[in-house]
Ligand binder design. Structure first.
Ligand code: GLA
Length: 377
C-alpha cells in the first residue's frame, strides 16, 4: 500500500467512527520540499519547491444548517465546531485555527459556505520543515470551497491559507509553501515568482532522486528566529530604498551598502545571491547539468549557514557527511525555514543507500515530486 492508500483508509474510517456514516468526498493537499530559494518568498523573490508524496486529507460530508464540525484524527480525536455566516473567531488549538481562518476568509471573499462535517488526518512529518501546516490550510480551503460549490483558483486558495497562517495562527510566513501545496504538478518543481505569483513547472531530472533527510531537530516558525530574519531583510530593503530585496541587484548590493550594518548586509547578500541561484538552478534542471546543480546547492547552503545564519551545528555535520558521499554527482542543502528540520538532496540512485547510511540515525528516504491539492475521491 502507498502512503496515500493507508491515509485514505484512515481518514475514511475516522469519518465513519466520528459521524456514523460514509463521507461524500475526500480532498488531499501535499507537503513540500524546497529545492532552492530560502527566505526569498517574503522578499518578493523566486523559489523552487516541489510537492511531496506526503499529504493532509479531509473526508467531508453534509453538516447541520450552517455549522462546521471537525475531528482531528491525529490529535486523539480532538474536536471543534463553529457557526458560519457570522464572524469566525481565531480560537482553539492550532489545527482548528487553520480551519476557522480559511472558513472566515472564504466567506469574507463573498463565498457562502455550506454546513459540513470533516475528518482530518495527515502523514506529513510535523516540524520537519516539510510544510504540514500549509498542507492543512490548503486542504481546508479546497474542501470547504469545493463542497460549497465555490470554484477557487489554486493561487487564491494559497493566499487564503497564507492569510490564515499570518492572522489566525500567528506566523509571519511567506507564500511559498501554500503555493507549492496548491499549484504543484507531479514530476516537476514549481518555479514561482513571489512578486506576482506567476509560476512554471520545471521537469525534475530523471537521473537524480529526490532525497529528504529529517535531522530530527524540531522547530516552529513562531519561536524560531524566523520573524527576526524577516525584520532584518525589511530593514535592509529600507536602507536600499526599495519595497523589497527583490529590487536590489548584485551590483547595487555592494555599491550602495553605505552604513548598512554587517548583519543586515549579510542577510541581504543571502537574499540577493539566492534569487540569482534560483534562476541558475532552474536552468540547470532544464539542461540536466548535475555539476551546476551540485555547485548551486552547495553555494546556497553556505549562504544560508554563513550569511543568513539559519543552520545549526548538527545540520552542518549532516551536510558535510552527505556532501562527501555526493561529491559533484548531486547536491544537498538545508531546506525550509531553518534552525532545524530537513535537508534535501538530489542524488544519483546508486548513492541513495550511502546517504541513508551516513545520515543514520536520522530518517532519510526517497520522495516523489507530486501533484498539488485536489479531490481524490
Ligand atoms: C517557511 C515559510 C516560507 C518560507 C520558508 C523559507 O517554510 O513558511 O514562507 O519563508 O520558511 O524559505
Amino acid at each position: 500500500m502507498t502512503p496515500r492508500d493507508t491515509l485514505l483508509e484512515r481518514v475514511r474510517a475516522g469519518y465513519r467512527a466520528a459521524y456514523g456514516e460514509e463521507p461524500e468526498a475526500i480532498y488531499a493537499a501535499p507537503g513540500r520540499v524546497n529545492l532552492i530559494g530560502e527566505h526569498t518568498d517574503y522578499n518578493n523573490g523566486l523559489v523552487l519547491p516541489c510537492a511531496i508524496d506526503r499529504e493532509t486529507m479531509i473526508a467531508i460530508g453534509p453538516g447541520k444548517d450552517r455549522r462546521i464540525e471537525a475531528v482531528a484524527l491525529d490529535l486523539d480525536g480532538a474536536r471543534d465546531g463553529f457557526e458560519i455566516g457570522g464572524a469566525i473567531e481565531p480560537a482553539g488549538d492550532e489545527w482548528t485555527r487553520h480551519l476557522r481562518g480559511v472558513a472566515h476568509y472564504l466567506e469574507q471573499d463573498g463565498g457562502s459556505l455550506a454546513g459540513a462535517r470533516l475528518a482530518i488526518a495527515g502523514n506529513v512529518p510535523l516540524g520537519a520543515g516539510l510544510s504540514s501546516s500549509a498542507a492543512l490550510g490548503v486542504v481546508c480551503g479546497l474542501a470547504l470551497s469545493d463542497w460549497s460549490g465555490m470554484v477557487q483558483a489554486p493561487q487564491k486558495l494559497a493566499q487564503i491559507a497564507q492569510k490564515t497562517e499570518n492572522h489566525f495562527v500567528g506566523t509571519q510566513c511567506g507564500i511559498m509553501d501554500q503555493m507549492a501545496s496548491a499549484c504543484a504538478s507531479a514530476g516537476t518543481a514549481l518555479l514561482l515568482d513571489c512578486r506576482d505569483l506567476e509560476y512554471r513547472h520545471i521537469p525534475m531530472p530523471g537521473d537524480l532522486a529526490l532525497v529528504i533527510i529529517d535531522s530530527g531537530i524540531r522547530h516552529s516558525l513562531g519561536d524560531s528566529p524566523y520573524n527576526e530574519r524577516r525584520a532584518q531583510c525589511e530593514a535592509a530593503a529600507r536602507h536600499y530604498g526599495v519595497a523589497s530585496l527583490r529590487d536590489v541587484s548584485p551590483d547595487q548590493l555592494v555599491a550602495d551598502r553605505g552604513q548598512l550594518g554587517d548583519v543586515e548586509y549579510a542577510r541581504a547578500r543571502h537574499i540577493v545571491t539566492e534569487i540569482a541561484r534560483v534562476r541558475a538552478f532552474s536552468q540547470a534542471l532544464i539542461t540536466g547539468d548535475s555539476l551546476a546543480i551540485a555547485r548551486l546547492m552547495r553555494d546556497s547552503f553556505a549562504s544560508y549557514r554563513d550569511d543568513f545564519e539559519a543552520s545549526v551545528p548538527a545540520i552542518d555535520h549532516l551536510f558535510d557527511a552527505i556532501s562527501q558521499v555526493l561529491g559533484d554527482a548531486g547536491g544537498v542543502r538545508l531546506t525550509g525555514g531553518g534552525f532545524g528540520g530537513s535537508l534535501v538532496a538530489l542524488a544519483p540512485a546508486q548513492l541513495v543507500e550511502d546517504i541513508v547510511a551516513v545520515a543514520a540515525p536520522c530518517n532519510a528516504g526517497v520522495f516523489c515530486p507530486s501533484d498539488g491539492a485536489k479531490r481524490i475521491a
